[in-house]
Design a protein around this ligand. Structure first.
Ligand SMILES: C[S@@+](CC[C@H](N)C(=O)[O-])C[C@H]1O[C@@H](n2cnc3c(N)ncnc32)[C@H](O)[C@@H]1O
Length: 332
């Protein structure tokens, strides 16, 4: 069982006719496409095991389903998997077709269990989905991992509906291979504006600090993420990939569930967000993407990350609640 797709020859994105002046999206010229394609790793199509070392810090242009069984066991510290959801959606030259939940579950069972083999016993796994695919994801994960949480990301963008609730959330399942796993909670606390600044009996701030921009509290992160927008065209990380994840989301995942020097793997790399954030946070990475244009976009973003390590929304080691840095208006 595989998700239906068709293939056409590789091409770059059509040139934008009139990009808006503030459009900072990363695009590829034909020359860049050629030079970044030369950097991609294209393993042979045999089924012989692949040694780990030559794959580290590389983008692999291939079908994940054919590479995964060839990866060495217990070699990866953290997996972030953002597979095509069970929707009819085009990714450049391939179209994924919605199928029954049972068929989607069968497809998950082809590749997801292998992640338990390649992860270290102390490893963690995050898998993205939406409400349609979540039941299947939970069942498959539960069979092979310890499921620890389901994060709900309120991603704001969504199509309004007259006969249903607008779908503006995504699920990110968090699972581990054992009870021994990395969770650096202090690195992913959220800095939020204090609405009710209580004081202790002797007048000291209770769990908050006064700063030039207002009163803030650093809080434990919950599994409801409301502080992340999808990348949009005026953000420097944006590409034309239709389902690009924000770098800030990956920063939370990588900081919480890996340490510098660890190896992070993304089997559905898309525009490269996981590898880019791994590189910015001093982790090693391996990413697999089937579409050559997206794989080249990932390479271009990795090249940019060599000199620009900023992650929008994550400054000086702090995750700010959305809009909390904005100055308060007098009538607020
Ligand atoms: C949901 S997107 C991932 C987006 C990514 N997280 C990002 O930030 O850009 C899924 C990606 O998986 C790729 N893909 C689909 N089937 C694949 C396969 N069998 N092997 C490798 N990549 C695949 C698609 O081309 C698409 O870019």
């Amino acid at each position: 069982m595989s998700i239906a797709c068709y293939t056409l020859p590789m091409s770059g994105h059509p040139p934008q006719k009139d990009p808006a002046p503030r459009n900072r999206s990363i695009t590829l010229t034909d020359t860049e496409l050629k030079s970044y394609q030369a950097k991609l790793l294209e393993p042979d199509t045999s089924d012989t095991p692949l040694p780990l070392e030559p794959l580290i810090d590389r983008t692999i242009l291939a079908d994940t389903l054919s590479i995964l069984p060839r990866l060495p066991e217990h070699s990866i510290d953290l997996v972030f998997a953002d597979p095509p959801y069970n929707l009819t959606k085009s990714f450049n030259q391939r179209t994924h077709t919605a199928q029954s939940l049972e068929d989607y579950e069968r497809w998950l069972r082809i590749w997801l269990p292998d992640l338990a083999r390649i992860l270290r016993p102390s490893g963690s796994l995050y898998v993205c989905g939406d409400w349609r695919s979540s039941a299947a994801l939970h069942r498959v994960l539960n069979d092979h991992f310890t499921v620890r949480s389901r994060i709900t990301w309120e991603r704001e963008k969504g199509r309004g509906s007259r006969r249903n609730w607008k779908n503006a959330s995504e699920d990110i399942w968090f699972a581990t291979c054992s009870g021994q796993y990395t969770f650096n909670v202090d690195q992913v606390k959220l800095k939020r504006r204090v609405r009710a600044p209580y004081r202790t009996d002797n007048g000291q701030p209770k769990d908050w600090q006064a700063e030039a921009q207002g009163k803030f509290r650093v809080t434990y992160p919950s599994n409801v993420w409301t502080d992340l927008t999808v990348p949009f065209w005026s953000m420097p990380e944006n590409t034309e990939h239709p389902t690009q994840k924000p770098e800030k989301l990956l920063a939370k995942v990588l900081l919480a569930s890996s340490n510098p020097g660890d190896l992070v793997f993304d089997p559905f790399l898309g525009s490269g967000t996981t590898s880019v954030v791994a590189s910015k946070l001093d982790r090693h990475y391996i990413g697999i993407e089937i579409d050559p244009t997206y794989a080249c976009l990932a390479e271009k973003r990795l090249a940019i990350a060599q000199t620009d390590r900023r992650i929008q929304g994550y400054t000086d080691g702090v995750f700010w609640e959305r809009n909390s840095k904005r100055k308060k208006r007098r009538h607020d």
